[in-house]
Design a protein around this ligand. Structure first.
Ligand code: CP
Length: 353
């Protein structure tokens, strides 16, 4: 029954879902993203009941990582296992990705062996290149530009923590800190969904014009809004969710003193900042966090924090995405075909003896 329900949903949706890859939430309409979230909810409910259906039995996921990961790596691997499939962790430097072999050759080889590719790449062009050449779905597991799986999970998590009487479209999401890849993706998906999105940061670290333009275009369609400001107190005064991320990443070590001086203390998510927001406001962080830097322990471990709900929802999100993109593509042999092949192979061995 559950399998039939998902099959029907996919058949119906696949017809309108043009992109076969998940590289950017911008490639999908609001109704499509909402349908993906319904799938995530179905699979989360099934999993919580100890009844995750093995919809991807026999399927394989190739997981390419050019950078380390805890959540993305573990959630994809566990998701695939729970769905009855298998995941291969291809760690940084382990395969010939653009080194000794072209990106295109890697894509063409992997598509012959796996049913889906997840890739965390240093450069956004790399994941786009893989998707261009691979004839299996490619899911973006974070690049220097965006992090679509994280923000789909984040919006799903917000819907689980809606303030009383509010709909998703009523939400005010305030991102405090550096315009990271997560910030770019959150600006995109929140404005697509019709929410009010605010980025608050010192001028040098605010969203680029390219992302602002994209978000404003989303708002024209969705009725949402985009605000970019340096005034943190004003920004959080009507926030339903305060979101923050690391102030620096691998490769930005030289900038640490300047970044710390610029963000601290005004842009740190601490108890004094959270007090300026409504009492129902929740605090989010994609993790990993530098505790005591962009956010304090007091806030991250407070009842207002939903950071571990977010982390858990990465697992349910990956299950939803894997089923969405892979399940409709799987070709299953009939019982008769399976039996015929088994008999042929058994007969081969009988002739040998
Ligand atoms: N949030 C996130 O993507 O975490 P990882 O870097 O651990 O995968």
């Amino acid at each position: 029954m559950f399998v039939q329900r998902i099959r029907t949903a996919n058949q119906r949706l696949y017809g309108i879902m043009k992109p076969m890859h998940f590289l950017d939430t911008q490639d999908f309409s609001k109704p499509e993203l909402l349908e993906m979230m319904k799938m995530i909810r179905l699979l989360k409910t099934a999993d919580k009941a100890g009844a995750c259906p093995p919809l991807l039995e026999g399927a394989s996921l190739g997981m390419i990582f050019e950078e380390p990961s805890t959540r993305t790596r573990v959630s994809f691997e566990v998701a695939m296992t729970k769905l009855g499939g298998h995941a291969l962790y291809l760690k940084p430097g382990e395969i010939h990705l653009g080194v000794r072999e072209s990106l295109s050759d890697t894509a063409n080889v992997l598509e012959r062996m796996v049913d889906v590719i997840e890739a965390r790449t240093l450069k956004h062009e790399t994941v786009v290149g893989l998707a261009k050449d691979a004839d299996v779905p490619v899911i973006n597991g974070l690049t220097d530009y965006n992090h679509p799986t994280q923000v789909l999970c984040d919006v799903f998590t917000m819907t689980e923590h809606l303030p009383e009487g509010k709909r998703m479209e009523d939400l005010s999401v305030v991102f405090v800190g550096d315009a990271t890849n997560v910030c770019n993706s959150l600006a995109a998906i929140c404005t697509q969904m019709g929410m009010r999105f605010t980025h608050v940061a010192p001028a040098k670290y605010q969203l680029t014009e390219v992302v602002r333009k994209l978000a404003r275009t989303n708002c024209e369609v969705s009725g949402g809004s985009l605000t970019v400001t340096e005034n943190v107190g004003e920004a959080v005064s009507d926030a339903d969710f305060i979101y923050t991320d690391l102030w620096w990443w691998v490769g930005q070590e030289d900038e640490i003193p300047e970044r710390r001086d610029t963000f601290m203390p005004d842009y740190q998510v601490n108890a004094s900042l959270v007090k300026k927001a409504p009492a129902h406001c929740k605090v989010m962080h994609c993790l990993p966090a530098s505790r005591g830097v962009e956010a304090t322990d007091e806030v991250l471990d407070s009842p207002q924090s939903i950071i571990f709900d977010q982390a858990e929802n990465r697992l349910h999100t990956e299950k939803g995405l894997l089923v969405w993109f892979v399940y409709p593509r799987l070709e299953r042999a009939s019982e008769e075909t399976r039996r015929k092949h088994e008999e042929t192979i058994t007969a081969f061995f009988q002739q040998q003896s």
